[in-house]
Design a protein around this ligand. Structure first.
Ligand SMILES: Cc1cc2nc3c(=O)[nH]c(=O)nc-3n(C[C@H](O)[C@H](O)[C@H](O)COP(=O)(O)O)c2cc1C
Ligand SMILES: Nc1ncnc2c1ncn2[C@@H]1O[C@H](COP(=O)(O)OP(=O)(O)O)[C@@H](O)[C@H]1O
Length: 294
């Protein structure tokens, strides 16, 4: 169950895990598993109290790894059933730490779980000591992999460089994006490789480059090749995510498509001619086919 207001959450004592949980990565999963296990012992439900958008997206204009729909799905996969996602805006950011403690009291928190770096309230004034005034608080140390803490910002940085395989390793799942198929410039068909152009939220972090992907929707599940970039060969400007599905023929306009990034094939480049671009895309398809064993 998903709620957006404290008052709507069912009554009764509960374990509350608080955070932005952007990406629901391995560090988040590590924290949530501990919270779920203690909830089981206490015979109380676990509530994840999260912020939409993630606080840093709002305060620093950073991109996000997951929108609320994706986050809810990932939390459910970890076994979380109760989610409170409060809209994080100007007004919420200005709330004093005490207002947040009031929320936790109203939620009847009997245990609180936060990551080591969690701060709350205006000016990040509140920390774990203050949470202890509401309920015993477990401060979970940041999980480390490869000698570095697993953090959403580290995953965002990897993705900004197109490093989807390393991001997958820290996320514990493939990185994905989704959107409704919109009309493009109708060049794909002329090139021999029709591409579904996905309307993706402008703040969604997308890895630049050409990738072997899986694509899924009401139309089925396909392997494919995707390009994330501005299409410099065609003088494009805005960022796009386009996917060509292998072995598919049909109409996709208006369909929702979800793409998962498996392997980076190369950088996007500017080609001297459409013919050179076409030849390169044919090579990308051959490389993806080999990767998938098709
Ligand atoms: C696998 C793949 C790789 C691509 N690589 C490039 C690239 O390196 N440079 C580029 O300018 N466009 C690249 N494109 C984008 C094509 O220019 C684009 O698919 C074509 O313009 C069709 O656009 P449309 O869907 O708007 O008709 C690539 C597309 C695909 C599917
Ligand atoms: N194998 C395929 N992969 C992706 N889209 C396909 C495929 N076959 C047909 N299509 C359809 O063709 C459209 C893309 O053709 P394209 O010429 O690139 O047009 P547009 O510029 O409007 O994207 C897709 O939106 C989809 O409806």
């Amino acid at each position: 169950m998903l709620f957006s207001e404290v008052a709507d959450v069912p009554k009764g004592p509960k374990v509350v895990a608080v955070g932005s949980f952007d990406g629901v990565h391995l560090g988040h999963q590590y924290l949530l598993r501990q919270a779920l296990s203690e909830a089981k012992t206490l015979k109380a439900p676990l509530l994840v109290y999260t912020f939409d958008p993630p606080t840093k997206v709002f305060t620093r204009g950073e991109g996000f790894l997951m929108d609320l729909q994706e986050k809810v799905e990932a939390l459910r996969e970890v076994g979380v059933e109760l989610i409170l996602a409060v809209p994080f805006n100007e007004e919420f950011a200005r709330r004093p730490p005490e207002a947040f403690l009031e929320d936790l009291r109203a939620l009847q928190a009997s245990r609180i779980y936060v990551g080591e770096d969690f701060r709350f309230g205006q000016g990040r004034a509140g920390g774990p000591e203050a949470l202890e005034r509401v309920a015993p608080t477990r401060v979970v140390p940041l999980l480390s992999l490869g000698g570095e803490a697993v953090k959403s910002s580290r995953i965002r940085a990897l993705l900004r460089e197109g490093r989807v395989e390393e991001a997958r390793h820290l996320l514990g799942r493939l990185y994905g994006a989704y959107g409704v198929v919109v009309e493009g410039d109708r060049m794909g068909r002329r090139l021999g490789f029709p591409t579904a152009n996905l309307a993706v939220h402008p703040l969604k972090v997308l890895p630049p480059g050409v990738f072997a992907v899986e694509a899924e929707g009401a139309f089925g599940r396909y392997k494919g090749v995707a390009n994330v970039g501005t299409r410099p060969t065609l003088g494009g400007e805005e960022r796009r995510l386009e996917v060509h599905l292998l072995g598919f023929a049909g109409e996709l306009y208006g369909e929702e498509v979800r793409v998962r990034f498996l392997k980076r094939l190369r950088e996007e480049r500017r080609f001297p001619s459409l013919e050179a671009l076409r030849a390169q895309i044919a090579e990308d398809v051959a490389e993806a086919r080999a990767y998938f064993g098709l």
